[in-house]
Design a protein around this ligand. Structure first.
Ligand code: PLP
Length: 394
């Protein structure tokens, strides 16, 4: 018997993918230069040069060692390098034993969800949220509880979180810098969230964990920083990915960190290892683990993303659009002029401008514009955004 739920995930495309594929078809008709594709979150700055150099050197290594299985949690030197890097940037004392190396953030989040929640439990998503979370959570059998967005500042509506925490709540997913808003949750916001979660954990007699999904941690602008969440809320599991920070999403490498401050951290680590095994994890790609062991201190060149971010924000607000100024990641939210995000996306599509309605992010009324695109394309799209705006004024 084919499992309908899984068939559903396999046959329904996300609206992001749908737009992207539409763009490819349209490019064949009207020419690539006439399609303004802002749909995907595929990094547009090159992978740091140091990565290519390390890969070249690694190819001289003994191939059986380089390409062989590693321990499920990762090669010892990789876990050591990641732990050292995370300790330096957080001031926390992270040990290799806290690190489980994964094939990117997606399987790390999936394994952590499966380690912490099962049927009868609840997992809380804070809108706007990454639309893949429901698929990641699907094997747990847990119910998803959605907290509506703060559509003014795109911080968190703490009172709405509190109202929705029940004795069944096991996990709250926090994603900052946020996809799709580009907003970084402030220390004040995270402290308020922590206070509620500590109170509710005590009331219900079990820890409620945060999964901190942070693939955009280093992609921050204007001197901003991404707060280290375990220092604010100890029961935090970090799911990290090198997809965005080192511009290599196709290589599939990241990690889960269960800090010692997490309640039952050793058991939780073991459950995450078990859950990873249950979804078919053997080990992260060995070559990439050796790359990471040597590249944890490389940082992305953010200047191109920053230029796109400021250009788009300044140009669109000058036209009249209401935009949420991003402080991180490479996305910007723009309010639909008449509040209808689907219609806004369709209207833009008629001009070959591909922007993603935020309905699937649990926050209708906006579109997401990915700013990880060529600057030239972004600049050439501005007159079209003006035309679209004028159409709304008629
Ligand atoms: N979480 C968020 C918020 C993302 O935006 C993405 C990818 O775009 C992921 C998780 C998945 O990351 P990865 O490619 O490392 O699996």
């Amino acid at each position: 018997m084919i499992v309908e739920k899984m068939k559903g995930f396999g046959t329904t495309r996300s609206c992001i993918r749908e737009l992207f594929e539409y763009g490819l078809k349209q490019a064949a008709i009207v020419g690539k230069e006439n399609v303004f594709d802002f749909s995907l979150g595929n990094p547009s700055v090159p992978t740091p040069e140091g990565v290519a150099n390390v890969i070249r050197d690694l190819l001289e290594m003994d191939t059986l060692t380089l390409h062989g299985y590693t321990p499920a949690a990762g090669a010892a030197n990789t876990r050591m390098a990641i732990a050292g890097d995370l300790s330096r940037r957080s001031g926390d004392d992270i040990r290799p034993e806290n690190i489980f190396v994964t094939c990117g953030a997606a399987p790390g989040i999936t394994a952590t969800m499966n380690a912490l929640a099962e049927e009868g439990d609840e997992i809380m998503l804070l809108a706007p949220y990454f639309p893949e979370y429901p698929a990641y959570a699907s094997l747990t059998g847990a119910k998803l509880v959605i907290v509506p967005a703060d559509t003014e500042h795109f911080q968190l509506k703490i009172d709405e979180v509190e109202k929705r925490i029940t004795p069944h709540t096991q996990i709250i997913i926090v994603n900052s810098p946020n996809n799709p808003s580009g907003v970084i949750y402030s220390v004040e916001t995270l402290t308020a969230l922590a206070e509620v979660m500590i109170r509710k954990s005590q009331e219900y007699g079990h820890p409620i964990y945060i999964i901190s999904d942070e693939p955009y941690r280093e992609l921050v602008y204007d001197g901003e920083d991404t707060p280290y969440l375990p220092a604010i809320y100890p029961n935090t599991v970090i799911c990290y990915s090198y997809s965005k920070s080192l511009s290599m999403p196709g290589e599939r490498i990241g990690y889960v960190c269960v800090p010692d401050c997490c309640e039952n951290s050793k058991d939780l680590f073991a459950a995450i290892a078990g859950a990873a095994r249950a979804i078919g994890h053997v080990c992260a790609p060995s070559l990439l683990q050796q790359v990471i062991a040597r590249c944890t201190d490389l940082r992305p060149d953010l200047s191109a993303y920053d230029l796109n971010r400021t250009t788009l924000y300044n140009e669109l607000t000058a036209i009249g659009y209401h935009c949420i100024k991003p402080k991180g990641a490479f996305y910007m939210l723009v309010e639909a002029p008449d509040g209808n995000s689907l219609a806004f996306s369709e209207r833009a599509k008629a001009h070959n401008v591909l922007i993603v309605p935020t309905d699937d992010f649990g926050c209708p009324g906006f579109v997401r514009i990915s700013t990880c695109v060529s600057h030239d394309m972004l600049v050439r799209s501005i007159p079209l955004f003006r035309t679209i705006w004028e159409e709304y004024q008629q």
